[in-house]
Design a protein around this ligand. Structure first.
Ligand code: HEC
Ligand code: HEC
Length: 301
């Protein structure tokens, strides 16, 4: 009996030691990625401040998802906050106390939004710059111009601390914790088609706004890196979830959050209140593009 107990205790010891080694390794490897410094010099983007540009910038900042994470007043808010995932807040973008707006240069804004890199040259965590990389100079310049005019709001967001589950998901490739790693920083700029009701412009909008959840091919399926209670993204390719939609249905769905069959889209998963602020022209271009992509079974990436 004593011997059996000894063996069990010994095995337990080995198991605990193994777990300690794995957790230490997890922290060691992910820390070196999180603290890596990037020597990227972002190409200068013109930031005009005429009224037309500021209005465009406001429209973009309010309709492209920034407020879903940074809050309606852009003063930041929790992204996740629990023991397993850790603590991560979207930054306060205003120039109020706790905000970054007062100290950011135009070049800092471009480096952060387009490259996912902070002024300290370290990667921004979870800030989806791999999608914003697609914004044209015109759109990015207008957005920065508007963000510089935000009314100051006081909000000190807590320092980020990434927990063991987030690190394990990141290291197993299931969580885009460091979007800067997904960007070809010195690669050619993506196409910047003229705004208009065209397939090319619709593709531009979808690439920066829908593929993050609906997938590279827009065929939907499980969304990488989100908590298990999230529904799968809808299949937006022809013959998929929008098979019985007309263009008008599509626009109404994004504006009201109610689909043609009367289903109310949950705004915490499908951000229709922000995406629905797109103009008619933008939504028409998106629809045109969605109708032009190859049909695919749901979830085929
Ligand atoms: C999915 C959530 C999410 C969305 C959408 C998002 N952000 Fe962020 N953003 C974050 C998080 C989280 C951080 C903090 C990253 C960190 O602390 O490392 C951040 C950081 C930033 C920073 C760097 C601030 C600093 O602390 O130095 C800027 C600038 C920024 N975001 C601008 C934007 C703009 C502009 C948009 C819309 C085009 C946007 N973000 C959309 C989550 C988001
Ligand atoms: C943050 C993630 C996210 C983003 C970004 C997003 N979607 Fe969605 N979308 C979802 C999810 C999840 C569902 C399914 C919701 C459900 O089943 O309850 C959905 C459902 C939809 C539906 C309803 C389909 C149906 O079943 O009738 C449409 C239409 C849609 N999305 C269009 C878009 C378009 C167009 C964009 C880009 C402009 C976009 N979505 C961006 C997550 C997202």
């Amino acid at each position: 009996m004593k011997n059996v107990l000894k063996i069990v205790a010994g095995l337990l010891g080995v198991l605990i030691l193994g777990i300690i080694v794995v957790v230490l390794g997890l922290y060691f490897i992910s820390n070196s990625d999180i603290n890596k410094t990037y020597s990227v010099s972002a190409a200068a983007v013109e930031v005009p401040n005429d009224e037309e540009t500021l209005a465009l910038g406001q429209h973009l900042a309010e309709s492209r998802g920034c407020t879903d994470c940074h809050g309606d007043n852009f003063a930041g808010g929790p992204f996740f906050n629990d023991g397993a995932m850790g603590t991560l807040y979207a930054s306060n973008l205003t120039s109020g106390p706790g905000g970054i707006g007062g100290s950011y240069s135009d070049a800092d804004w471009v480096l952060a939004i387009r490259h996912g890199i902070g002024p300290d040259k370290k990667p921004l965590l979870f800030m989806p710059s791999h999608e914003f990389w697609n914004y044209s100079d015109r759109d990015l310049g207008a957005m920065v111009a508007y963000l510089k005019t935000l009314p100051p709001v006081e909000n000190q967001v807590p320092e980020a601390s990434i927990g063991p589950v987030a690190r394990a998901l990141y290291l197993s490739g299931q969580l885009p914790l460091i979007p800067a790693e997904l960007i070809d920083h010195t690669g050619p700029r993506p196409d910047a088609p003229e705004p208009g009701v065209t397939v090319a412009y619709g593709k531009y909008l979808a690439t920066a706004g829908c593929v993050g959840c609906h997938g590279e091919t827009l065929s939907g399926g499980p969304i990488p890196g989100v908590p298990p209670e999230w529904p799968a993204g809808a299949n937006l390719t022809p013959g998929g979830n929008l098979a019985d939609y007309t263009e008008e249905d599509f626009i109404t769905t994004l504006r009201t959050g109610v689909t043609p069959i009367g289903y109310e889209l949950p705004a915490e998963f499908m951000p229709w209140p922000t995406l629905g602020k797109m103009t008619d022209e933008e939504l028409q271009a998106l629809w045109l593009y969605l109708e032009s992509v190859p049909a695919r079974p749901t979830g085929q990436r």
